[in-house]
Design a protein around this ligand. Sequence first.
Ligand code: TTP
Ligand code: CA
Ligand code: CA
Length: 644
Amino acid sequence: MWKGKSKAIISDFEDIHRIITYRHLLSQNLGVKDPLRVVALCDSDAFYAACEQVRLGLDPALPLVVQQWDSLIAVNYPARKYGITRMEKISEAKRKCPELVVVHVATYKEGEAEPSYWENPDTLTHKVSLDHYRRESMKIIQMFKDGLPTAEIEKASIDEAFIDFTRPVRDEILKRYPYLAQVPPDAPNGLDSPLPPPPPICWDNLGTVIPAHPNEEQLDGSSTTEPQEDVGASETGAVDGDDSSTTWHDVALSVAAEFMMNVRHEVYAKLGYTLSAGIARNKFLAKLTASYKKPNNQSVLRDVAIPNYLTPMPFQKIRFLGGKLGKALAQEYDVSTVGDLLTISLDEMQRKFGENSIWVYEILRGIDRSEVKEKSAVNKSMLASKNLLHPVTKPSQGHHWIRVLAAELALRLNEARENIPALWPKTIVLHVRHGYDSSRSKQAAFPFTRNVTVDVIAAAGDKLWKELVGTDSSRSTPISITSVQLSFTGIELAETGQRNIEGFLKARPPVSGDQSSAAAGSTKRKRDEREFSEPPFVQLAAEDVREDVKVSETSARVETSFVCKRCGKRVALSDVDASAEDAIARDMLAALRMEHEDFHFAQELAGQSEDVSAPRKIRPSDTPVTKRKVPKVKEGIARFFTQR
Ligand code: TTP
Ligand code: CA
Ligand code: CA
């Protein structure tokens, strides 16, 4: 029944109806509280399929799918017209469209340093490579950065990026309306006086403006735009016609829409990719808005349109509410839409779902305070992994996969070094899963080597394998390894331009002397007096130090788990779609991290003695850890996210 409900009122959305003052406009650092904040989410259309179409120089109107073993992983829009979806088998898709172009993803094969489009790749011997898509993705991001030098850009997944337009838009508004730069002498409250009424906005060619009152307006129902047409040609302009409600935030949105349109045109002209974008006041809304109309379209969500856009939405469609939490909310209150949930008071929600549910409460009202922040290339990890349909049953079978994974890591590290030559993975980690639940990992220092080849990485991997799995003769118990992962973690900048090799040796003895001597020639160049006294690493901001976060680039693109530094255990969200790639999962993970820390805190308070199964404070870096089930934390919102 309807429990704990009060009447939903429009003031739920009060946060988005703020009066904009001179102080707001003229302040530079209001961050996420800026009432003129504008954020876009840009997502490439049928991305892998588009990459293959461009690579092969094919007509974009041809139906094309990308295959991985027996499944489809990307379906372009012409193929979607035949009713082909990602869920299908190749045979089914071909039955629906006999002239379908089918491209199998590139794969690594042992002994080859580079992935290739082999004739008959086999999951038993090959490993998928997403390198081409990663490279194309970087090109698109680079065009965003070049075209929008003052915007903050955060790559959110292999084919998505958030763009914070707040700064370039503010600069542009001040340029177009220079009278706003001075507070008029007769302004009643000085800097805190409201800005004068905004100019009327012409939304033509700025994309689809989501109507504030959808029932009263005629929606343009067509959803397909031929990619070969001009990017903006068939997009509709204004739908609202309700100019009395125009605000300076709408002006900001329209300026951002203009920038976005230009960048999308340029990406299409130079690279051949069509993009869809959503432009709104924060990341959450930008992401929702981007899927309003696809492909090759951009949509704008004005503040005035937020309530009617959100309220009819089935809340379980919102990604992080798609899992157990969404189900629990639906059951608890017997409701299905965002609007239904607006009637639940914050107190009520927190009582049932924990303190952290304020986050849900706010999201339902279109409030999202997460920042758009560029992630540094430094301190990321690189992970290559392979799930084994046929488990490895003899230690000697490991070498094949170590070499295949080493080839991927070598390629990726060396590509990253093309931009940042001094990148140095400090640690190499081997992770193997036995059967379905037990997994073990082992790590070692990785020597600073100028020339990181497949052989160098494979040698380090083989050594770890031997220590972790053993050899055919040393192993008495049977093994069944179902997954192998090799990764670099703690990727840092070795400041080679200013250091000589002794500097490195002092800070971290390389495992092998001759590998590091290769670096000596290039590092001797700019000797200076300070080289022995300074640390060889560039100091990194604390927030960049995220070595414990698993960034699985092979399948999922969002971090959905972390390894607790205190107990060495991996704690994971489970109900976030593996392909999810947005700020929501990140924030939920942050909440889970807090809950997990609370768990340790509570345990300490309870004065439990540490036994073998209790969390250990610090894990010595080279000790293999058999991961056990994380103790159940059944508190608050975290209980809706399974910990593995
Ligand atoms: P998406 O952006 O989800 O999809 P898409 O770009 O193919 O299509 P859309 O136009 O609807 O955005 O994913 C980006 C790429 O990620 C996709 O081209 C292939 C890959 N991918 C997978 O490999 N597996 C998956 O389950 C999903 C969802 C995506
Ligand atoms: Ca996409
Ligand atoms: Ca995407």
